[in-house]
Write a protein that binds this ligand. Structure first.
Ligand code: HEC
Length: 224
C-alpha cells in the first residue's frame, strides 16, 4: 500500500500559518530579544503571560512541574483540551489542591490558558527554543552580571571561583546542562551527596536567569 502524498488540508493550513507567522514576527521583533514562544501567536502569548502570573508557583516555569506541588503540564500528550479546560475551571480537591479559576477569570482568559497549556502538553518546553527566559542568555552584560553574583554568592559556598574547582562539579564542557535544568536547580536547590540550597526565595527570577546565563556560557567552554 503506498502512502497518499497529496498535501493534506492541515499541512496546507500549517504552511499558511507559518507564512503568516513569519510576517507577524518580522513586524513585531521583540525589543527584549525574548524568544517568540509560543511562536508569536497572540492567544498563546496571552495564555503564557497569564500562566506565568497564576500557575508557575505550583506547576513550575513552562509547566515543568514542581515536586510535591503540582504535576508537569508540558510533554503531556495525555492531557486533552476538554480535560484541561475542566481542571482550570473547576479545579480539583486533593492533598495538593488545584484551585478553581472559573469564577475568577472570564471565559476568554480561560480559553487563552487552555490554548497555552494545550500547547505545552505537546511540546518539550525545556528545550532551548522554547525556554521562557526573560532576556537572551547570550547577552554579554547578563553573563557578566551572573558571573559577578556567582563569585559573590555561590563561589564561597561550594563552587569554585568562576565555576571551576570547589566542592561541586565543574561547569565547563557540560553539554548535558540545559537552561531550564540549571534554573530549576538554582531555584529549588537539590539534595545529592551534598546539599545545594534553594535560592528561589532569596533571589529574583531575573537574577537567577543571569546565573543561568553565566553557567551556560561556561558549559560551552572547554575544560582546559
Ligand atoms: C496552588 C497550586 C496550583 C496552582 C496555583 C495551579 N495549579 Fe493546576 N494543579 C495543581 C495540582 C495539585 C494539580 C493536580 C490535581 C490532582 O489531580 O490531584 C493540578 C492540576 C492541573 C491540571 C491537570 C493536570 C493533570 O495531570 O491532571 C491542569 C491542566 C492545571 N492544573 C492547570 C493549571 C493552570 C492553567 C493554572 C493557572 C491558572 C494552575 N493549574 C494553577 C495545583 C495548582
Amino acid at each position: 500500500m503506498t502512502r497518499d502524498r497529496r498535501p493534506r488540508p492541515q499541512a496546507m493550513l500549517r504552511t499558511r500559518l507559518v507564512r503568516c507567522w513569519m510576517t507577524v514576527s518580522m513586524l513585531a521583533v521583540p525589543a527584549t530579544g525574548l524568544s517568540a514562544t509560543p511562536e508569536a501567536d497572540p492567544a498563546l502569548a496571552a495564555g503564557k503571560t497569564r500562566f506565568e502570573k497564576l500557575c508557575v508557583t505550583c506547576h513550575g516555569k513552562a509547566g515543568v512541574g514542581r515536586e510535591g506541588r503540582a504535576p508537569a503540564l508540558q510533554q503531556r500528550p495525555d492531557l486533552e483540551l476538554a480535560f484541561i479546560r475542566k481542571r482550570i475551571v473547576e479545579g480539583k480537591h486533593g492533598d495538593h489542591a488545584m484551585p478553581p479559576w472559573g469564577s475568577v477569570l472570564d471565559a476568554a482568559t480561560v480559553e487563552q490558558l487552555v490554548a497555552y497549556v494545550g500547547w505545552l502538553s505537546t511540546h518539550d518546553a525545556t528545550t532551548a527554543g522554547a525556554t521562557l527566559t526573560p532576556f537572551r542568555l547570550d547577552d554579554a552584560e547578563r553573563i557578566a552580571a551572573g558571573r559577578k553574583r556567582f563569585n559573590k554568592t555561590c563561589a564561597g559556598y561550594c563552587h569554585g571561583y568562576d565555576g571551576v574547582g570547589g566542592r561541586a562539579p565543574d561547569f565547563r564542557d557540560r553539554p548535558d546542562l540545559t537552561e531550564q535544568f540549571v534554573f530549576d536547580t538554582i531555584y529549588h536547590g537539590r539534595e545529592g551527596a551534598d546539599v545545594m540550597p534553594p535560592w528561589g526565595d532569596a533571589l529574583a527570577e531575573e537574577r537567577i536567569w543571569e546565573l543561568v546565563a553565566f553557567i551556560m556560557d561556561l558549559a560551552a567552554k572547554p575544560a582546559d
